[in-house]
Ligand binder design. Sequence first.
Ligand code: ADE
Ligand code: ZN
Length: 334
Amino acid sequence: MNEDQLAQIHALPKVELHLHLEGGAPPDFIRRLAKEKSVDVSRVFNRDGGYAYKDFWHFLSVYEAATQVLTSPDDFARLVLAVLEQSAANGVIYTETFVSPDFCGGRDLGAWREYLAAMQEASEQAERDFGVTLRGIATCIRHFGPDKARETARCAAETCGDWLVGFGMAGDEKMGHAKDFDYAFDMAREAGLRLTSHAGEWGGAASVAETLRDLRPERIGHGVMAIDDLALVDKMAEEGTVLEVCPGSNVWLGVVPSWDTHPIQKLRDRGVKVTVSTDDPPFFHTTMNREYEMLARTFGWDISTLRDVTMTAAKSAFCSQNDREKLLKRLETK
Ligand code: ADE
Ligand code: ZN
């Protein structure tokens, strides 16, 4: 790839649908906050100053340890600005982020409202300063169990609106079954929130099938293991299920052995709506520019293919129709 092609890829306007807010925290941001609060986070970092973990399950624990330093609405407001500055530097003009009442006030509705107001205000400032629009997806954490997921869903349902547009589930996919979380998802759906859930990152194709059947989300986070069941892939293509694919995350965590064996191309070829995201960019040493660049290098995706995937993401965003029209206009003119 020559410099010109690379510059063109970097200049593309991008839309990201799968980004964990705490997972987007630059290591320096967490270190600085820990120092201000005299919290020991030495186990979170390696000698090079990056996040240190040995596998996905250890990653979840390190992620939660890093999150311990975020203790106030103002911390989350600062985090929103730090994360969106990075997004904007990668050409992202619209992003949705997973935010969790579990980490924002321990699922207390009154506290959650304060955290939410602070994040929303910061996102308005980022829109003015960096030109990137943010919307939130309240997310329950699967390994915290179904009871906590219900409390999370209640916080989400009570605060559904223009900014908080979705409900989702992250965490350890191997814990329990999708069905255990149907009450939480039903509550969120009834409140008008749009739904997504992590599945098919670690739990195989069966976990994707279960999730689609029992939780009925419009989008699936990852979903890449569905490739082992082509009947399921065809069903997803037919029903228009959107996959939030995070190839760099999958390669880094060992979900797939390498970029060239990643199933994103096969899923797309078979008619599934695929979108591209970073998941937890500093944890997986990636950015949206890098994801797009690697897709071009690995699968020969040209500018028009990359634009097409971005358009799929814009059309699958959970924002209001009004916000979507503004976004589509911005994409058309860039
Ligand atoms: N939380 C943060 N990143 C995650 C991932 N990739 N899978 C599940 N839960 C997560
Ligand atoms: Zn994720």
